[in-house]
Design a protein around this ligand. Structure first.
Ligand SMILES: NC(=O)c1ccc[n+]([C@@H]2O[C@H](COP(=O)([O-])OP(=O)(O)OC[C@H]3O[C@@H](n4cnc5c(N)ncnc54)[C@H](OP(=O)(O)O)[C@@H]3O)[C@@H](O)[C@H]2O)c1
Length: 338
């Protein structure tokens, strides 16, 4: 193998992202220098945050540069090593990006981590036992701080983050209610993921009907909310919050193409003395060890059964990514490269 297929960000979206924003190219396979390793990617992770980085806008992270390989999480195997701590055949997780191979300097903090695939499949290190799982853990454990018997609600409930949130909250003795798009996702949430109830937002397309559905699913009100979507779903949840509820503001995917997401009744934050905290999981590396240990244990015990949607081949990545932004994925969205 002498070439490396890559997908670059070619131009920035105007409104909705499109396949024409990306460009597939062939590059020569890089030569491994002293202290470096060459990783062959088995799976590429597609994540909603990538949409924000496609814009040249001020945010918590630098924009994805134009003409460069799309950044992103990868799992794979070391195929050549000139680093003393890695050997050929090691299974690794890193940030290799949208390409078949990446050249990594493992001495850089967070660049590459060896993983054990004895009990946890390699791909799970991009989902339930990876960044999305830790995201759910941080929002639940550090921000919401649930107590047994409390009611937790999560939007984008069947996705990579939402499904891990359910398992973690159930393990703490909470009632867990999901909000997801479509009857199939909702029945999967209840029957496979352990949610106590799941509300189909497509059947409840406005604040009033969503608030009514939440009242039925959460008879004791809402104590903790893990927000992934924004918009009227957020407004409806606020109407059902209990005094001293906690909200982990993780994502607002309904606005990632630039749609404004005004809050209908922000006074409820005051009236209900709500704690609301936004967070970025990569800024809390101190919890990753503890979180990954718990998440790996839940997977091994069968208490967290994540689902994956797998696109085949690098060229399929742009369409799969656009699908993720429209809810076409069912669970963690991956691209399988070999
Ligand atoms: N703060 C952090 O550090 C951090 C880290 C990771 C992820 N996140 C955020 O966490 C959220 C979930 O990420 P994930 O990786 O687990 O993705 P995911 O849930 O696996 O996939 C995204 C899901 O969002 C839902 N969605 C898309 N557009 C929507 C819309 N307009 N209205 C309502 N729902 C919509 C779809 O589910 P339905 O079909 O059910 O609507 C879709 O399947 C995202 O907001 C992401 O940005 C934040």
């Amino acid at each position: 193998m002498t070439t490396n297929q890559q997908i670059l960000l070619d131009n920035r979206p105007q409104g909705e992202a499109e396949e024409s924003n990306f460009k597939l190219v062939q590059s020569p396979l890089p030569t491994v220098g002293e202290g470096q390793v060459l990783v062959r990617h088995h799976y590429l992770s597609l994540d909603p945050y990538m949409r924000g980085r496609m814009n040249d806008a001020k945010s918590y992270a630098q924009p994805q540069p134009l003409g460069e390989v799309m950044q992103g999480g990868t799992v794979g195997e070391v195929v050549e090593s000139r680093h003393p701590k890695f050997k050929t055949g090691d299974s690794v997780v890193g940030m290799g990006g949208w390409q078949e191979y990446s050249l990594v300097n493992p001495s850089e903090p967070g660049a590459l981590r060896r993983v054990d695939t004895t009990y946890v499949p390699l791909s799970y290190y991009l989902g339930a036992v990876g960044m999305p799982g830790v995201t759910a853990w941080y929002g639940l454990v550090k921000i919401i701080q649930p107590k047994a018997g409390e009611t937790m609600v999560v939007s984008a409930a069947t996705g990579a983050v939402g499904s891990a949130f359910a398992a973690l909250a159930k393990a703490r003795g909470c009632r867990v209610v999901g909000i997801a798009g479509g009857a199939e996702k909702c029945s999967y949430a209840v029957n496979e993921l352990g949610f106590d109830a799941c509300i189909d937002y497509r059947e409840n397309p406005d604040i009033k009907s969503m608030a009514k559905a939440l009242k039925e699913a959460c008879p004791n009100g809402i104590d903790g909310y893990f927000e992934n979507v924004g918009g009227y779903i957020f407004d409806a949840v606020l109407l059902r919050t209990n005094a001293f509820a906690r909200i982990a503001l993780c994502g607002m995917i309904a606005g990632y193409d630039g749609q404004p997401l005004p809050l209908a009744n922000p006074a409820l934050l005051l009236v209900n003395r709500i704690k609301l905290e936004g967070f970025i999981v990569s800024e809390h590396m101190e919890v990753w060890g503890e979180a990954l240990t718990e998440l790996g244990g839940l997977v091994a015990a069968g208490q967290l059964k994540p689902r994956e949607t797998i696109a085949q081949g690098l060229a399929a990545a742009p369409a799969a990514f656009l699908g993720l932004l429209k809810g076409k994925n069912f669970g963690k969205q991956l691209v399988k490269l070999i």
